[in-house]
Design a protein around this ligand. Structure first.
Ligand code: NDP
Length: 237
């Protein structure tokens, strides 16, 4: 366990699933944590009460709202962008507005949040974005739009790592495989098919993903930047 006391953390999209596990981990390790959410008001209030963190309603699809919340919470030592949407299906019939909203949440928000955070982030700060193993491998039909959003984050990390490296600020992508959350429940109808692609045939837990986030945010990872960190049970192996 790393001691994150005296560190200020903002998690974009922290009310449920992987984001909530990351909020719990940083709060447990002593950080001052705030997180955003969109719709899950009750879950956000319960999590805030449990962890001593602060919940802020802010829609990641709204660029101005993203910039305002990151700026308002700054200067941040650690920014984690976790909010994500998943829109899958036949690209010939998929709702174009839903695809564009997913691109807003999964690509535009991380970019603008990272840039805004870096304006006032102290030297040695950390920017972590939750991508997906689908950024590297999309082994079934219907996932093109989602995969493109997660691949885009790879360019974000490689580029921003160079923009902010002189200040010791690291920029990293965590690429989970199937992880047990509302978005992808371990007992869902797609699970057996996904496990077929994996060397370790189970969903990850949010806590396992949060452990990697804590490593990347900690002092041992000061030279780790511009990199993708796949944690997927061998899904993309
Ligand atoms: P969930 O759907 O379980 O939770 C998503 C979280 O993001 C919620 O806290 C949600 O808030 C928040 N969020 C979603 N949209 C917005 C928005 N517009 N504005 C603010 N907050 C928002 O997802 P997961 O925990 O499964 O996924 C988290 C991240 O991990 C995503 O980026 C996802 O793509 C990625 N991922 C997940 C995998 C999985 O198998 N679960 C695998 C690979 C990557 P609210 O509760 O208010 O809606």
């Amino acid at each position: 366990m790393t001691d994150f006391s005296n560190k200020k953390v903002l998690v974009l999209g922290g009310s449920r699933g992987i984001g909530a596990a990351i909020v719990r981990r940083f709060a447990h390790d002593g950080a001052t944590v705030a997180f955003t959410y969109a719709g899950s008001h009750d879950a956000a209030q319960v999590l805030a009460g449990e962890t001593g963190s602060r919940a802020i309603r802010s829609d990641a699809a709204d660029r101005q709202a993203v910039i305002e919340v990151v700026s308002g919470e700054g200067p941040l030592d650690i920014l984690v962008v976790n909010a994500g949407a998943l829109v899958m299906g036949d690209p010939l019939t998929l709702d174009a507005d839903a695809v564009d909203r997913m691109i807003d949440i999964n690509v535009r928000a991380p970019y603008h949040a990272a840039v805004e955070a870096a304006r006032r982030m102290p030297d040695g700060g950390r920017i972590i974005v939750i991508g997906s193993t689908n950024g590297d491998r999309m082994p079934f039909a219907g996932g093109a739009a989602y995969a493109l959003t997660k691949s885009a984050l790879q360019g974000l990390a490689r580029g921003l790592a160079r923009d902010f490296g002189a200040r010791g600020i690291t920029v990293n992508i965590i690429q989970p495989g199937p992880t047990d959350t509302d978005m992808n429940p371990a007992d869902g109808p797609m699970s057996a098919m996904m496990h077929d692609f994996m060397a370790i045939k189970r969903h990850a837990t949010g806590e396992e993903i949060a452990g990697l986030a804590a490593y990347l945010a900690g002092p041992e990872a000061g030279i780790v930047t511009g990199a993708m960190h796949t944690i997927d049970g061998g899904f993309a192996a």
